[in-house]
Design a protein. Structure first.
Length: 367
């Protein structure tokens, strides 16, 4: 590793500062982007992942440096009015579950409980009870949704299942816990490819296929990163048979990812297509997930070189003002590799945040 710990920390501080002051860029210049996709103020998944990065930084530092920022963010959004409920607008609640453990804010608590029950009782389901990947409207109207009928996407595990599982373990609610387990196993069943060890972007119960059969970088990274946080929430209480299936799937995926890492240290946006561009947000989540796997003992130290090579490449993509470059914008389901290759690149809240998570893990590993 050519960078020492103090240098990593300096880059981390830059990226955090930029996240907290990330402006909405001109939507007219980026076809397909809406206000919710950029900046830090909106209540949606890019911001939800961003808040999670701030939370993990505070936990690493054992400080409350960003606590007031987070509290104000939630209060401002609730006062303004929350958008339509869906898979992606659930994401900000993951950070709130941990933040409110010390706040004990009744309004926050009632919102989270009501939302967890909504996931169980009202979120549209696919066949076999999968969480249908309902998203915010493609029109940009925050009060409308896109149903994505009978579709499961790998993103759901991070955006929604982590929150539901956190709530289930917090309240010892077996309904919530068991539904989370069901969703994890459903997504492995239908999105995991046993031949490669990688995950497809999605599954359709209408067509009974994996759409274009593409191994998308950021899609895979949601599992690499999120599944270890999922396991950690059980504090050793997850059924060992279920845990073994999940851990073995994670380890097989990481073995495949290691083989597909580019010379630069990043991963291609279509993982097995070297002609597709290298993408930083997915690479950051993969690096964080691998380092966490080493730290928890799921992976041996033969993966260190892979992970730290990625950290070096990620740092090389941090601009002087802390902007993380080469991040792909929000990516809908695609029927071929060209769809993913043509996704545009722009500064995104989740690009900042996944970089934060990667750098925090690099600091953890350095200790």
């Amino acid at each position: 590793m050519k960078y020492d710990k103090s240098y990593i920390r300096s880059k981390l501080n830059l990226v955090i500062n930029k996240l907290m002051n990330l402006d909405v860029i001109d939507n007219d210049k980026i076809t397909g982007c809406f206000k919710r996709d950029m900046g830090i103020t909106e209540w949606d998944w890019p911001q939800g992942v961003g808040l999670y990065g701030l939370l993990k930084t505070m936990q690493y530092d054992e400080s409350e440096e960003y606590k007031e920022f987070l509290i104000k963010w939630y209060k401002d959004n609730i006062e303004f009015g929350l958008p339509a409920r869906n898979i992606n607008t659930t994401a900000p609640l993951l950070t709130l579950t941990e933040l409110n453990e010390t706040l004990k804010n009744k309004e926050f608590e009632e919102l989270m409980i009501d939302w967890a029950n909504w996931l169980i009782n009202d979120l549209p389901k696919t066949k076999e009870g999968g969480f249908q990947h309902v998203t915010s409207s493609v029109t940009g109207d925050r009060n409308k949704i896109t149903l994505n009928d009978s579709e499961m996407w790998i993103d759901t595990l991070f955006m929604t299942v982590l929150f539901l599982n956190k709530m289930g373990n917090k309240y010892k609610n077996e309904v919530w816990i068991n539904e989370g387990i069901h969703q994890v196993l459903m997504h492995i069943k239908y999105l995991y490819d046993t031949k490669t060890g990688l995950f497809y972007h999605g599954w359709s119960f209408n067509e009974y296929n994996n759409f274009g059969g593409i191994f998308w970088c950021r899609g895979n990274s949601w599992f690499t990163l999120g599944i270890l946080d999922y396991l950690e929430m059980f504090d050793g209480n997850l059924n060992e048979g279920v845990k073994t299936i999940i851990v073995d799937t994670y380890k097989a995926q990481v073995r495949a990812l290691k083989e597909l890492q580019s010379e630069s240290g990043l991963w291609h946006t279509v993982l097995d297509d070297a002609d597709s561009y290298e993408e930083v947000s997915g690479s950051a989540a993969i690096a964080a997930g691998i380092l966490k796997g080493i730290r928890y003992g799921y992976l041996d130290e033969s993966y260190e070189e892979c992970a730290m090579k990625a950290i070096e490449a990620i740092i090389d993509n941090i601009d002087e003002d802390g902007t993380v470059s080469n991040v792909s914008i929000g990516t809908g389901m695609g029927m071929n590799a060209e769809h993913y290759k043509n996704i545009l690149i722009a500064p995104m809240a989740y690009g900042q945040s996944l970089t934060i998570l990667a750098l925090v893990e690099a600091l953890n590993y350095a200790e």
